[in-house]
Design a protein around this ligand. Structure first.
Ligand code: CMC
Length: 461
């Protein structure tokens, strides 16, 4: 058996090479310092890149060609896969900005649709741009009627995330233009982007109705985006759902807070698929699959299931907290921790407040909220969580809001997916617009058997 050799190498930065200032403009993204890699007794210079917020990266694109080595980075924790202009996160400070605008300002003053425009097109829309975007969403909200037969093929009780990803992909089969459209051909992107944002909401609501065996409800032209979603989820054929403005606003806020989050697992998946020049719908469908897992967008469902279990067990939270610190228990405090945030997730702060507000407005006393608050309090004072810098993330309180407004548990990750659509579209656009974009294709270090030969079946023992 071959052994993996760890050879001594050293990377050093030459501070003297730093450019004096890093103005927030395109040029600054490429101002160079040089890193020096010492490997097998030889020195290799590596260019560096500095982002507009001062984030530093060593460019290893030519590393294998020059040295024969690749970088190895489990979980990509130290790998920058792209230059991006969409979202900035400072995980140490708990800062999140879409196109430079702090999430707190957007949460207070914007709507999901306005923010979606910002994320995709890079600037806040003028009135005319917002009107146009809104009109496109309305024009594109209906699914092809034949798609209803696909919903009929799913068993009642199927998970809506499975239906969502399948149906987003299937939607591209019903769009001849999309199948033959290539980036750079005409101005269809704005139509396809609007179609995806609008139809994902219709598909999501239909998936829920199908999963419960309920009749499908069509979107109404008069309703705005989030109100329309609630209408399709909860109206009955001849009886419209009572749209409370506070409920509409609470769900709209959840969508907005999920609109983008730089290179997370699902967005990186979307970019990966897009890098092969797959179409927008196929790329987004892959994003839904990546989002589904409980470590990512499925965490909002897992948090509420965890709180329900604690409630059923009559635990005050302490038994469960002890289990989350025991590596053999297989339990984690869901809704806590983040690869990037080593501070309170700014989205969680906003959602916690929104959670208190909506429960008060609806006169709901949810015992799960009390348990969640106790868990948070305990974790923030527990050395295990403090040392590892584990704080509540966006999923810790969002499920309690969704429960309060009647959204069923299995739809929670679907809500995340609807919210994340603008971010996926913006990242898709970035890949397609980048003239230098290449297919994503990581390498590996092979650890399997060395050369071996085929043995006929009769000679095998
Ligand atoms: N409960 C208990 N221990 C935890 C938790 C948790 N929620 N999260 C991390 N740890 C521990 C982990 O066991 C490890 O301990 P040690 O150093 O002793 O081995 C240490 O903290 C570092 O954790 P990690 O797994 O290496 O961190 P990661 O960056 O790979 O994972 C995470 C990030 C979000 C997957 C993880 O924190 C987690 O599983 N959290 C719970 C699931 C969750 O809430 N996910 C939603 C994330 S926010 C929405 C989104 O963008 O996806």
């Amino acid at each position: 058996m071959r052994e993996l050799c760890f050879l001594a190498c050293q990377i050093s930065l030459r501070p003297g090479d730093f450019a004096a200032t890093f103005a927030a403009n395109e040029a600054s993204m490429h101002m160079n310092n040089t890193a020096q890699l010492e490997l097998d007794g030889r020195a290799f210079p590596l260019p560096t890149t500095i982002g507009t917020e001062g984030e530093k990266a060593i460019d290893v694109s030519a590393l294998r060609n020059n040295t024969g080595y690749i970088t190895l980075d489990d979980g990509y924790a130290n790998t920058g896969s792209c230059l991006s202009r969409i979202t900035f996160i400072d995980g140490e400070q708990g800062i999140l900005r879409y196109r430079g605008i702090p999430i707190e300002e957007l949460a207070e003053r914007s709507t999901f649709i306005e923010t979606a425009f910002l994320v995709i097109y890079g600037h806040l829309p003028t009135r005319a741009e917002l009107r146009h975007f809104s009109d496109l969403l309305t024009e594109n909200q209906y699914l092809h009627e034949d798609m209803k037969y696909h919903f009929q093929g799913f068993p009642t009780g199927a998970h809506p995330m499975a239906m969502l990803s399948a149906m987003i992909n299937a939607a591209s089969c019903f769009d001849e233009g999309l199948m033959h459209w290539h980036w750079g051909m005409g101005r269809e992107f704005e139509v396809y982007a609007a179609r995806l944002i609008s139809q994902v909401r219709t598909i999501a609501a239909f998936s829920y109705r199908k999963s419960r065996g309920l009749p499908l409800i069509y979107p109404k032209k008069a309703y705005k985006y989030t109100a329309n979603f609630l209408h399709m989820m909860f109206s009955c054929p001849y009886e419209d759902y009572d749209l409370k403005p506070e409920v509409v606003r609470a769900l709209d806020l959840i969508f907005l807070l999920h609109a983008d989050h730089e290179q997370n697992c699902s967005t990186a998946t979307v970019r990966m698929v897009a890098s092969s020049q797959a179409n927008l719908f196929a790329s987004a469908s892959a994003g839904v699959c990546a989002l589904w897992g409980p470590l990512h967008g499925g965490a909002n469902q897992a948090v509420v299931e965890m709180l329900q279990q604690i409630h059923r067990d009559g635990d005050d939270g302490s038994k469960f907290m002890a289990a989350t610190k025991d590596k053999h228990s297989g339990k984690r405090l869901m809704g806590f921790g983040h690869r990037i945030y080593k501070n309170y997730d700014p989205r969680a702060k906003i959602i916690k407040q929104a959670c208190d507000d909506i429960l008060k407005t609806l006169h709901i006393a949810d015992p799960l909220l009390e348990i969640a608050k106790k868990l948070e309090e305990a974790a923030l004072h527990d050395s295990y969580f403090v040392e590892r810098k584990l704080y509540p993330n966006v999923d810790f309180y969002s499920g309690i809001i969704m429960r309060a407004i009647g959204i069923p548990l299995e739809m929670f990750p679907v809500i995340f997916a609807i919210g994340r659509m603008p971010g996926w579209i913006a990242n898709y656009r970035e890949i397609m617009e980048d003239q230098k974009s290449r297919i994503y294709r990581p390498r590996q270090v092979y650890m399997g058997p060395t050369l071996n030969h085929f043995v006929p079946i009769e000679e095998r023992t």
